[in-house]
Design a protein around this ligand. Structure first.
Ligand SMILES: C[S@@+](CC[C@H](N)C(=O)[O-])C[C@H]1O[C@@H](n2cnc3c(N)ncnc32)[C@H](O)[C@@H]1O
Length: 271
């Protein structure tokens, strides 16, 4: 069973509400519809392999108090959260660390964090609670069905070896209309990323995440947001094309930004 840790930075926090912990997996597999079922596997066995086959828990055993992407990426992501996440929501930050990219000025009802390093998560000021779980060992999230308005996964999806099962679990815990925002750049712990990701390009990685969503019955068609790094010297590029790209906010001048976003469909899908 999972242990939920209250954030030590928030000592006034009440104990973990029983509602978020789903020890009996209540509500799982009891749905009449096919919503949430995995329609097909996206990855072949070979695509799930990692160069470093040692346990992920060992790899993340020591805290890394670093930021994994640059300021341009983070401000694009925070703005996206500002647009898509409403105040008062309950949010799960999957594969999180010691930093939060949520807008500071917005108050959410509850932010739960998940990751592999408890020391990092304990330093994340936005989390009310956190839990540690290796999603490559086991994909069940011991959380109530339909209990979150949003799930976030930042610069981490490339490490999932069973993404189809994880995306199906995210679907289960989202409320109808809830959103899953998966963002990434081109940086990665190469040895720990799955081969389907390592061997890919920016374009194919976006397509991969789109397919992770599409393989679960009941997600809406994903939205894709791309903000590509300006080529070197583009600051001086006065061509109309470059000017228009910058005006439209399609060049970032920093780490490339990709986000794939889908919602748990309001409409039930029947067999
Ligand atoms: C590059 S960090 C990103 C952290 C955070 N999302 C951020 O934006 O700073 C990758 C994260 O993926 C998580 N992770 C990697 N492998 C995992 C696994 N097998 N199970 C669960 N989490 C994992 C680790 O906790 C790690 O913090």
């Amino acid at each position: 069973m999972l242990t939920f840790h209250p954030n030590p930075l928030k000592p006034w926090q009440p104990s973990v509400p029983a509602k978020i912990v789903n020890t009996l997996n209540e509500g799982k597999n009891t749905q009449q519809s096919s919503a949430g079922k995995i329609k097909r596997l996206v990855l072949p066995q070979e695509g799930r392999t990692k160069l470093n086959t040692y346990s992920d828990r060992d790899f993340y055993a020591y805290p890394r108090f670093v930021t994994h992407v640059d300021g341009g990426f983070i401000s694009t992501l925070t703005n996206l959260y500002r647009e898509r996440l409403r105040p008062g929501w309950e949010i799960l930050d999957l594969m999180s660390s010691w930093v939060s990219h949520l807008p500071e000025e917005v108050a959410y009802k509850r932010v739960v964090g998940h990751g592999l390093n408890a020391q990092e998560l304990a330093k994340n000021p936005r989390l009310d609670y956190f839990f540690v779980k290796d999603l490559n060992q086991e994909q069940d999230l011991e959380l109530e069905s339909c209990s979150f308005d949003a799930v976030l996964c930042t610069v981490s999806v490339q490490y999932l070896q069973q993404p189809e099962k994880v995306f199906a679990e995210v679907f289960r815990i989202l409320r109808p209309g809830g959103v899953f925002i998966v963002s990434f750049s081109n940086r990665l712990f190469f040895e720990k990323a799955i081969s389907a990701w390592r061997d890919g390009t920016g374009y194919s990685r976006v397509q991969l995440v789109v397919q992770y969503f599409q393989c679960v019955e009941g997600f809406t068609q994903p939205d894709i947001i791309r903000k590509l790094a300006a080529p070197a010297g583009a600051g001086e590029d006065k061509s109309p094309f470059s000017w228009i790209m910058k005006l439209l906010g399609l060049l970032s001048g920093s780490d490339p930004f990709y986000a794939v976003i889908a919602y748990k469909n309001f409409k039930p899908t029947y067999e």
